[in-house]
Design a protein around this ligand. Structure first.
Ligand code: NDP
Length: 485
């Protein structure tokens, strides 16, 4: 019997599901059991061509519609997503393995927020009038054209919406390629947009590995590429886009610092560290995986952290009581287990976890290392799994310098009751998305993105509009033209 997660076909192009079984089969594995639940096929060159030519053509009419009309479509799509939140959350859980307890509140709901927010902005994307005596300049905010979105595997619904909603609000069309690991959810986003009234071809989904992404990024018809992925992939995609002088948004990885001062509320700080390391089993780019704890509070913090981590309910992600799911794939599990072994070998003190959980599927216990030093591998490289490194510090000056000593710059957090210090520290940290007495909140109203190797551009908020549109300026002369000859 066909599994309910099996999509009607692999791709969604020009308003309908499209199949081409000549493409390499991609098995979809449910991470909680290891069982294959669906198969899709990578896009063949013919599928890529169909998606790009359709999207190029559809964009022209879409951009001619008023912002109010485009916005209405996006807001309707948001309503449909919210109505179907339960089914979409179950699918997200099948796609990623994340527990339903999370997907019910963080995926289709976050996607719907983006569709609603950018739908609301679409009608107000206006230009400026710049008076120059009798003459004047006016500016228009115009679409870029055809945009390509490429997603990572941790938030397949959210990433499709965070890219698709602002792109479409500005009058662009999009071809979106999900990660081969999680190909299911973006198809539902495409289906819902059509149902909400989007013209066929405005939002298309094609499946495939990096080579399909590469074909999309290098096509001369493409005006913009928005990638969520790792730094190495980001460097490749950015270079390929630069060769065609395309616009880019790069949402890449991190190794973000979370700094806890002696005066912090211990339970809030522990809560922040748990949210910033163990949500989605640690598969979150903005995670605060270097937890710097001031020496005076260290043992209290570690004791409470170990106690609360012991309360994690690891198991069937479809059971709403489960609060901690598996790694997305066996490969990712093995990568993370490898980092845990490195942590042990390099002398970090294991506080809890540290092994694969005794279950089917790709479960790793939430793991905390203490006495981690700046040079250890687990403190330098992005692990993308449930491994928290706790490092000690003495002074503010010291911790800021150490926190900034990394190629990454996605996020940073600080816990303290001293607000002067909180703002001063955040001001000195090299990171794009920061938190005071909190961690990992990502409302659509707030800009999201990194500095340094963690990325270029911003998603969400009004900032995203700047990255999916361009300004045309028009000089208007009222009098005669003077010329030298
Ligand atoms: P990858 O960088 O491996 O892949 C990202 C996407 O790019 C996938 O769809 C991948 O396809 C595709 N791709 C790979 N090579 C190319 C290429 N040469 N040209 C075009 N596309 C290509 O990341 P993961 O999927 O492993 O995701 C984990 C990473 O994503 C982590 O480093 C994490 O930090 C980052 N991330 C960043 C976020 C942010 O907003 N800053 C949010 C979430 C994750 P395929 O998978 O099919 O090979």
């Amino acid at each position: 019997m066909t599994h309910p997660a099996q999509p009607k076909a692999s791709h969604f192009i020009n308003g309908e599901y499209v199949e081409d079984t000549a493409g390499t089969p991609i098995p979809v594995i449910y991470a909680a059991t290891g069982e294959q639940i669906a198969t899709v096929h990578a896009a063949t060159p013919a599928i890529v061509e169909q998606a790009l030519s359709t999207a190029k053509e559809a964009q022209k009419e879409w951009a001619k519609m008023t912002g109010t009309e485009r916005g209405r479509v996006l807001r309707r799509a948001a309503d449909i997503m919210r109505e179907r939140n339960h089914d979409l959350s179950v699918l997200e859980t099948y796609d990623t393995g994340k527990p339903l307890q999370e997907t019910l509140v963080a995926d289709a709901t976050s996607g719907a927020d983006a569709l609603e927010y950018f739908g609301g902005l679409a009608a107000s994307l206006t230009g400026e009038h710049i008076p120059l005596g009798e003459d004047w300049v006016y500016t228009k905010r115009e679409a870029l054209g055809l945009c390509v979105g490429i997603g990572a595997w941790n938030y397949p619904t959210q990433i499709a919406c965070w890219k698709g909603a602002p792109a479409l609000a500005c009058g662009n069309s999009m071809v979106f390629k999900p990660s081969e690991t999680t190909p299911l959810c973006a198809l539902k986003v495409a289906e819902i947009l059509i149902e909400a009234g989007a013209p066929a071809g405005v939002f298309n989904v094609v499946q495939g590995m990096g080579e399909v992404g590469g074909a999309l990024v290098t096509d001369p018809r493409v005006d913009k590429v928005s990638l969520t992925g790792s730094v190495p992939t980001g460097k490749k995609v950015y270079a390929a886009a630069a060769a065609g002088m395309k616009h880019v948004t790069m949402e890449l990885g991190g190794k973000s610092p979370l700094i806890i001062f002696d005066d912090a509320d211990v339970d809030n700080a522990v809560g922040g560290a748990i949210n910033g390391n163990f949500y989605s089993s640690g598969q979150v780019c903005s995670n605060g995986t270097r937890v710097f704890v001031q020496k005076g509070i260290k043992e209290k913090f570690l004791a409470r952290l170990a106690e609360r981590t012991g309360n994690a309910i690891i198991g069937d992600p479809m059971d709403e009581a489960t609060s901690f799911g598996p790694m997305v794939t066996e490969n990712q599990m093995n990568i993370v287990l490898g980092y845990i072994e490195k942590g042990k070998a390099e002398g970090a003190r294991l506080i809890c976890g540290g092994t694969r959980a005794d279950k089917d599927g790709y479960f790793i216990e939430p793991t905390v290392f203490a006495d981690v030093t700046d040079d250890m591998t687990i403190a330098r490289e992005e692990i993308f799994g449930p491994v928290m490194s706790v490092l000690d510090f003495d002074t503010e000056e010291e911790v800021v310098a150490r926190a900034n000593d990394t190629e990454f710059g996605l996020s940073a957090g600080v816990f303290t009751k001293d607000f002067t210090r909180a703002h001063r520290v955040i001001g000195n940290l090299e990171a794009g998305s920061c938190f005071i007495n909190s961690y990992n909140d990502a409302p659509v109203e707030a800009p999201f993105g990194g500095v340094k190797a963690s990325g270029v551009g911003r998603e969400n908020s009004k900032e995203a509009i700047k990255h999916f549109s361009q300004v045309k300026s028009v000089y208007v002369r009222m009098g005669d033209v003077e010329a030298a000859f």
